[in-house]
Ligand binder design. Structure first.
Ligand SMILES: CC/C=C\CC(=O)SCCNC(=O)CCNC(=O)[C@H](O)C(C)(C)COP(=O)(O)OP(=O)(O)OC[C@H]1O[C@@H](n2cnc3c(N)ncnc32)[C@H](O)[C@@H]1OP(=O)(O)O
Length: 719
């Protein structure tokens, strides 16, 4: 809807009304068309201000309408009518002007923004381009390089930056609508010819071809197979090289391809999945909207290794006072320097003061006594963590939430070492903790709804995508990763190379293939866990076949690599060779290839040709299969949770929507059939056996991912 009113005698005020972000739904577009016509007709009106209700100008096109039959007036002619209008039109921008919202503002003759407003053309992150004239008007307004930057990255800019770039004409700290009304009266009666962006030429560039070639190369490299960023460059190129009407034709043509693409569907699914995970619910019945989060003003971080340092930085950045504790003096001193350095560098980037005063350091656990919440981040060792939890339980004030940053240990077991197990939750951060967006909030069977709500909210305050998950070995992300890595190792035994496997996964869109990623994370981490799980020496019983554990196929390849002291990047050798310890450029390693050949010969394995499809299917479908098991076990509430975890924490390409969404795009029947095929070929690999939920979904006609929760509910109610 759009409300029409008259202010200051001769100004028509058009207010977009579609909470929460005044998205341009069919009804809003109709409202704008009607009210603009009315303002242009009304002889008493000499100028127009367009604004949004509740301090938000407009969040863009209504994304919920994208999958449906188009209805209502289209955006392009609506914006043209505004631009062509003979009375001055001003956009009064408060809150946000994003996507179609900014395109609407670009159709106005002037733009006035509140100092706190954010503007941008984020369509690319939804698999689209700004196709309501945005790709043609913005370069005409701010020039090709700046427009390319905004349109290909989709980044939001502050009002101050928008003013500097020339997107807005004025920024105010006062009531934006009042300022806009005053301003529009001052230009009423003037010709708007020079203010119509579509009639302006695009500012010329001396080396146009070179600029576009450079940008296209950069975009293709970082897009990892995403098509929208490439189309965005093509659209801006049309603005720079074609007259406006032909540019608009090109914009429309490019949008036509994107709009119906699987990538756009995947990215729009990700948008809603990211929001859906905030609306968590647990098998206990606890929910996001009925559980109260407690305010956290003081936190403690115990253990200042890489993770503890990152968590300390993330908390301080959020404005939370932190006491950072490590009982080892040397580690404490190093951490102090590292944390201050990180805070200073981040502040420098932002142009603000570093929050150094928020962090206090101590070598005594007692310093955590009056914290509202403690995050334990000591070494990943159960006995050590149990001891820390026992001590914290005795030291901390009643009501302190006790959180563990573990990547897979039993949160409930830790809770049992405290006096108040209901205050214990897992907070699984991802390295580097002050950068990575994902936080798995691990809810034990005894975690209270308040404890979960508090951890979820703290994560959100830290700018994380917090996902509530159940307690099981590896939780969601690492549990699914295990069979994925296992398949990759099996493929090496059968004849593949790390280079082949990584190439296939990187072509799919992963930032790094599984072997390059393992080298980066450190191979010793998994080795230590396998030792603790008694899968590898020294506790494997004598006579145990090397490639079998508990009757299942086992690959000792990674153990053998570690036994050679090859821990990945940190030692300069792992699955690849690096120039030096800590080196980052992975090079193919002849030693590794000979090692694989000798290994196969020793175990009577004959290398065979393995094609790309097999690598992709075995690695991804086994991971997806585990995802279905996780859903069936109630460890994740829905496919959106798993997909958010993989997109924000594990480098799954966003334009493929996450593993569960990807499975639905491939077709569940196809995934099932391929898993059956591979399980038949490898009956000693239980992870390849299609799980019950996948079979049930296929039997239910493979419903879309948005309807899986119903099938899971039905399946469980029948038990
Ligand atoms: C021809 C094509 C022309 C144009 C194409 C486009 O315009 S595409 C759309 C471009 N716009 C965007 O990408 C903006 C998307 N929204 C956001 O980035 C954020 O929502 C925003 C506006 C910055 C607000 O953030 P905040 O954190 O305050 O709220 P939240 O994200 O939780 O959103 C609140 C609820 O609003 C829903 N929503 C937001 N934007 C849209 C939208 N454009 N269309 C439909 N719905 C939108 C969001 O899903 C939340 O809903 P809820 O049910 O409460 O979870």
């Amino acid at each position: 809807m759009a409300q029409y009113s008259r202010v200051a005698g001769s100004v028509a005020l058009i207010t977009l009304q579609n909470p929460p972000v005044n998205a341009l739904s069919a009804a809003v577009r109709q409202g704008i068309v009607d009210t603009v016509e009315r303002a242009l007709r009304d002889p008493e009106v000499n100028s127009v201000v367009i604004c949004g209700q509740n301090g938000k100008f407009c969040g863009g096109a209504d994304i919920k309408e994208f999958g449906r039959q188009m209805s209502g007036p289209p955006l392009v002619p609506m914006i043209h009518a505004i631009e062509a209008g003979h009375k001055p039109m001003v956009a009064a921008i408060e809150g946000v002007a994003l996507g179609g919202g900014l395109e609407l503002a670009l159709g106005c003759h002037y733009r006035i923004a509140h100092s706190k407003a954010r503007l941008g053309l984020p369509e690319v992150s939804l698999g689209l381009l700004p196709a309501a004239g945005g790709s043609q008007r913005l370069p005409r307004l701010i020039g090709v390089p700046a427009a390319l930057d905004l349109i290909t990255t989709g980044r939001h800019v502050t009002a101050a930056e928008a003013l500097k770039l020339g997107i807005v004409d004025q920024v105010t700290d006062h009531n934006t609508v009042d300022v806009a009304v005053k301003f529009v009266q001052s230009v009423a009666g003037q010709s708007m010819d020079s203010r119509r962006l579509s009639t302006r030429p695009c500012p010329s560039l001396p080396n146009l071809d070179a600029v576009f070639e450079g940008v296209m190369q950069r975009v293709r490299q970082s897009a990892r197979g995403a098509i929208a960023p490439v189309a965005c460059v093509q659209a801006v190129r049309a603005a720079a090289t074609l007259p406006y009407p032909q540019g608009m034709e090109r914009e429309k043509e490019l949008m036509g391809t994107l709009f119906t693409s699987g990538q756009a569907r995947a990215l729009q699914y990700c948008f809603f999945a990211q929001r859906a995970v905030g609306k968590w619910s647990l098998p206990s019945g606890a929910r996001w909207d009925t559980s109260k989060a407690m305010p956290i003003s003081k936190a403690a971080v115990i253990g200042l290794g890489t993770m503890g340092r990152g968590i300390t930085v993330a908390l301080a950045q959020t404005g939370v006072s932190v006491v950072a504790v490590d009982t080892q003096e040397r580690q404490l001193a190093e951490a102090k320097q590292a944390v201050s350095g990180m805070l200073e560098r981040m502040a420098q980037k932002r142009g603000s003061a570093p929050p150094l005063g928020l962090v206090h350091y101590s070598n005594n656990l007692q310093a955590a006594a009056d914290a509202d919440l403690v995050i334990e981040a000591v070494f990943e060792d159960m006995a050590l963590k149990e001891s820390v939890f026992q001590q914290l339980s005795a030291i901390c004030k009643p009501g302190t939430f006790l959180c563990t940053n573990t990547s897979g240990l039993d949160v409930d077991r830790l809770a049992s070492h405290t006096r108040r197990p209901e205050l214990v939750v897992g907070m699984h951060f991802f390295a580097p903790a002050h950068v990575m967006k994902l936080l798995e909030v691990v809810c034990g069977p005894r975690s209270s709804p308040e404890a979960v709500a508090t951890a979820m909210q703290l994560g959100k305050k830290m700018g994380k995508v917090s996902v509530a998950v159940g307690n099981c070995p590896g939780f969601v992300g690492n549990r699914m990763l295990k069979p994925y890595v296992e398949q990759a190792n099996f493929l090496l035994e059968e004849g593949a190379t790390p280079e082949l496997v990584d190439q296939v996964l990187e072509d799919f869109g992963f930032a790094m293939g599984v072997f390059r990623m393992s080298d980066l994370s450190g191979l010793d981490v998994g080795w230590r866990i396998r030792k603790a799980d008694k899968l590898t020496d020294p506790s494997v019983p004598a006579g145990q076949p090397v490639r079998v554990r508990q009757g299942r196929r086992y690959s000792p390849l990674a153990d053998l690599i570690c036994e050679q002291g090859r821990f990945g990047q940190k030692t300069g050798q792992g699955w690849y060779h690096y120039d030096k310890p800590g080196g980052r450029v992975a090079r193919s390693d002849p030693w590794l290839h000979s090692f694989l050949e000798e290994y196969r010969a020793r175990h009577g394995l004959v290398a065979r040709h393995i094609d790309h499809q097999e690598v992709l299917e075995r690695c991804l479908y086994v991971l997806i299969n585990e995802g279905f098991r996780i859903l069936d076990d109630g460890i994740a509430a829905g496919p959106e949770d798993i997909d958010a975890i993989y997109v924000f924490g594990y480098g799954w390409p966003r334009h493929r929507g996450g593993p569960m969404f990807y499975a639905s795009m491939v077709g569940l029947a196809r995934v099932l059939e391929r898993l059956e095929h591979y399980h038949q070929a490898h009956p000693d690999v239980p992870h390849l056996q299609p799980c019950r939920l996948l079979r049930r979904l296929v039997a239910s006609g493979s419903p879309p991912v948005q309807r899986w929760r119903e099938v899971i509910k039905r399946l469980h109610s029948q038990l």
